[in-house]
Unconditional design. Structure first.
Length: 406
């Protein structure tokens, strides 16, 4: 093979490899379980409202940014990128733990210990790219083992009114359009892949993973379908969750190591510390305020009968305690992180950011957990209106007096 052809082949294989890396790094416990909830609530239109903006929005990342603009973005948002990675790792670990308890799977604990040991050995600058060549194909094999029979019987409607999906759609789209910009694995792939077309490969291969999730849905019960044990007492679906959550954790740990002395390594430590403290402060203020309000409302519920119905989910939206906790984790990716990207790019003042995030999070609580999806639309509106708030630069420019024409 001529040298030029050999280089082209290596470039193509690396591009495909990074696409597979992205597909597995973005196949979280969100993409492997939330479609089940949405299929139960709205049928296959709910699944499409989740899948289409997810695939398109994330794929666009590689075409909106380039390696240089990715570096600049990371310099500006590095503290939040670290928070995003930590939250994502914690979310996967919680999901695996909840899965173990729900299914009485002792093997899960063994695998989690092995995973922790493997992560402890990850060195700065190492890559998960070779692992992606195994993780995604294994998931495809698991997909084949599960079969596609349930896809032919996905319902067209669910337990919630079809029109209520119109309010939830923009809420999901906001998160999928903006969250990738805080994901360190996306930046790592863009900066190291030989071609941005790795994100096109990602779009196709990630779509396969979402269809796999849809195939897990049991139309009869509205839950995850039961499947026979495959290995070590764990089913096909359980192994899919283990492999993909494990890869996501490893990829985020690896990406954080890779960027440990990354784009803003030249910044003084005090500058990075102040930025990190600001990021934590915004998240803490919004979270604590939201918890206080929720506790007050629950305390007042017995005393205010007219208010009580607004605190209870409507018919068709009830969820188990574990599922409600799972949905509350999603608030990070539906409200906090997309708001940080949008409001941060607009340089909205801190107090406006904290107020908007608190208000949107409160609306999302009653909208997602309470099944009143019109509040999800209002939450998006709150974030968008906050983004229109004059930035510090806008105010400073307006305060500069015009030059004397004389």
């Amino acid at each position: 093979m001529p040298p030029g052809d050999d280089r082209a082949m290596r470039r193509a294989m690396q591009t495909i490899g990074w696409g597979l890396y992205l597909a597995s790094s973005w196949t979280w416990c969100i993409g492997m379980f939330l479609p089940i909830v949405l299929l139960r609530w709205w049928g296959w239109p709910g699944f499409l409202a989740f899948a289409v903006p997810n695939v398109i929005g994330c794929s666009l990342f590689g075409y909106v940014l380039n390696p240089d603009s990715s570096v600049r973005f990371m310099k500006r948002f590095r503290p939040w990128i670290m928070v995003f990675a930590a939250a994502t790792i914690a979310y996967q670990m919680w999901f695996l733990n909840d899965l173990a308890r729900a299914n009485n799977l002792d093997v899960m604990w063994v695998l989690m210990v092995l995973l922790a040991l493997a992560l402890a050995g990850v060195r700065a600058g190492s890559r998960m790219l070779p692992v992606a060549w195994l993780a995604w194909p294994i998931s495809v094999v698991l997909f084949v083992a599960l079969g596609t029979g349930s896809l032919a019987s996905l319902p067209a409607t669910g337990t919630l009114p079809p029109l209520s999906l119109a309010w939830a759609g923009p809420f999901m789209a906001l998160g999928f359009l903006l969250c990738p910009y805080l994901d360190p694995t996306f930046h790592l792939a863009l900066q190291r892949s030989p071609s941005r077309h790795a994100f096109a490969v990602f779009g196709v291969t990630f779509a396969v993973m979402l269809v796999f999730t849809a195939a897990m849905f049991d139309p009869a019960t509205g839950l995850v379908t039961a499947s026979a044990p495959l290995w070590l007492g764990a089913s096909v679906i359980t192994w899919q969750w283990i492999i993909q959550c494990g890869f996501t954790i490893g990829a985020h740990v690896d990406a954080v190591h890779a960027f440990a002395r990354g784009p803003d390594a030249r910044h003084p430590r005090s500058t990075v510390m102040r930025a990190g403290a600001r990021a934590v402060l915004i998240a803490t203020v919004a979270t604590v305020a939201g918890l206080v309000v929720l506790l007050v409302l629950k305390a007042l519920e017995p005393e205010l009968p007219p208010l009580a119905p607004t605190l209870l989910p409507p018919a068709g939206a009830t969820a188990t305690v574990g599922e409600s906790t799972y949905l509350r984790w999603l608030g990070l990716y539906g409200v906090l992180f997309p708001a940080i990207v949008l409001l941060g790019l607009r340089r909205v003042p801190f107090e406006v950011q904290a107020t908007a995030i608190f208000g949107a999070a409160l609306l999302a609580e009653f909208g997602m957990i309470g099944g009143r999806t019109h509040l999800l639309g209002v939450a998006v509106l709150v974030v968008v209106l906050a983004a229109l708030w004059p930035s510090r630069q806008d105010r400073e420019t307006a305060e500069i007096p015009a030059a004397d024409p004389r």
